[in-house]
Design a protein around this ligand. Structure first.
Ligand SMILES: Nc1ncnc2c1ncn2[C@@H]1O[C@H](COP(=O)(O)OP(=O)(O)OP(=O)(O)O)[C@@H](O)[C@H]1O
Length: 276
C-alpha cells in the first residue's frame, strides 16, 4: 500500500478515535457545531438524535468520506484528512483517503456490494487487491467470515439473489475482511423489513461481544440501550449528551434528550418498538 496512512492498534481502553471541536457547514448551514467526543478501543458507541441532526455527516467525517471546516479527528495516530509535513498540514489525496477508508469499515443503509460479483468474490476483493493478501489465503479468510455472519451457503450467489438482511451481513463480512480497527454502521438496519432486522443486529451483537470497536448511528433505541457502552446525542449539529448507555437512557442530562428518548421508546412511536 503506497499511501502513507497507518492505523496502529490503540491500547485497550484508550481512545481509538478522538473528535475535537469539529464543525462543518453545508452552504451557510452549520451541520456540525464544535463536536467533541472519544471512542475507546473495544467500545460500542451509539450516536442517536433526530433526523437531520448531523449523525451521518459525523460518521462520514470519521471515515474521510467528507471533509470538515474546523477541528480535528484522530483515529489511532492518524490525523484524518491531513498529513503533517514540516509543521504544515497537507490535505490527503483521494488515494490517501481511500487507503484510510479501507481500514475504517463503513456499513450503510444502502448496501453497495458489487452486483456482478458473487458474495465470496465481494469479500475477497479488498484483501486481495488493496491489502495484497494471496488469493488462497483471502478465500479461506472470506469463507471463515461468511460462516461467522451465517452465509456459508451463499458463497456463489450474486447480491441480487440475497435478502436485504443477507446483503447487509455480506457487507459486514466484507468490511471485516479488511481487518478494520473500527467499523462504522450508518443506520444499517433501517432499510430492512422488520423481520430481517434481528439477524443483522445479532451479528452486530456478536461483534460487540468479541470486542470490535464500533460506532453505530441508529434509530433502534432498544438495541442502542442493549448493545452500546456509550451513547452520544446530536441535536441540530451539537453534541448535547455523552455518557454511558445506562446514564443516558435512565437519567439523561438534558430535557431535549429525555423528550427524544420518550418519543422513540414509546410503544406506538418507534420502529424499534414496533419491530420488537
Ligand atoms: N451533501 C449535502 N449537501 C447539503 N446538505 C447536506 C448534505 N448532506 C447532509 N446535508 C444536510 O446536513 C444536515 C445533517 O444531515 P445528516 O444526514 O448528517 O443528518 P442525520 O442526523 O444523519 O439525519 P437522518 O437521521 O435523517 O439520516 C441536514 O440538514 C442535511 O440536509
Amino acid at each position: 500500500m503506497a499511501a502513507p496512512v497507518s492505523l496502529p492498534a490503540a491500547q485497550e481502553g484508550s481512545a481509538l478515535i478522538r473528535v475535537r471541536s469539529v464543525s462543518k457547514f453545508y452552504g451557510g448551514a452549520k451541520v456540525l457545531d464544535e463536536v467533541s467526543m472519544d471512542v475507546r478501543s473495544g467500545e460500542v458507541r451509539c450516536i442517536i438524535g433526530p433526523s437531520g441532526s448531523g449523525k451521518s455527516t459525523l460518521l462520514r467525517c470519521l471515515n474521510a468520506l467528507t471533509g470538515f471546516d474546523s477541528g480535528a479527528i484522530v483515529v489511532g495516530d492518524t490525523r484524518v484528512g491531513y498529513t503533517e509535513r514540516d509543521g504544515r498540514l497537507l490535505p490527503w489525496t483521494p488515494r490517501q483517503a481511500a487507503a484510510f477508508r479501507s481500514r475504517v469499515g463503513l456499513v450503510s443503509q444502502h448496501v453497495n456490494l458489487f452486483s456482478h460479483r458473487t458474495v465470496i468474490e465481494n469479500v475477497i476483493e479488498g484483501p486481495k487487491h488493496i491489502l495484497g493478501v494471496p488469493a488462497r489465503e483471502a478465500r479461506e479468510r472470506a469463507a471463515e467470515l461468511l460462516a461467522r455472519v451465517g452465509l456459508s451457503d451463499k458463497h456463489d450467489s450474486y447480491p441480487i439473489q440475497l435478502s436485504g438482511g443477507q446483503q447487509q451481513r455480506a457487507a459486514i463480512a466484507r468490511a471485516l475482511a479488511m481487518q478494520p480497527h473500527v467499523i462504522l454502521f450508518d443506520e444499517a438496519t433501517s432499510a430492512l423489513d422488520p423481520e430481517l432486522v434481528g439477524e443483522v443486529l445479532a451479528v452486530i451483537r456478536q461483534l460487540a461481544a468479541e470486542g470490535m470497536t464500533m460506532v453505530l448511528v441508529t434509530h433502534e433505541m432498544r438495541f442502542a440501550a442493549e448493545v452500546a457502552d456509550r451513547v452520544a446525542m446530536l441535536d441540530r449539529g451539537r453534541l448535547i449528551e455523552d455518557g454511558t448507555a445506562r446514564q443516558v437512557f435512565s437519567a439523561p442530562r438534558s430535557a431535549r434528550t429525555a423528550e427524544f428518548l420518550s418519543s422513540h421508546l414509546d410503544p406506538g412511536g418507534s420502529r424499534a418498538a414496533r419491530s420488537a
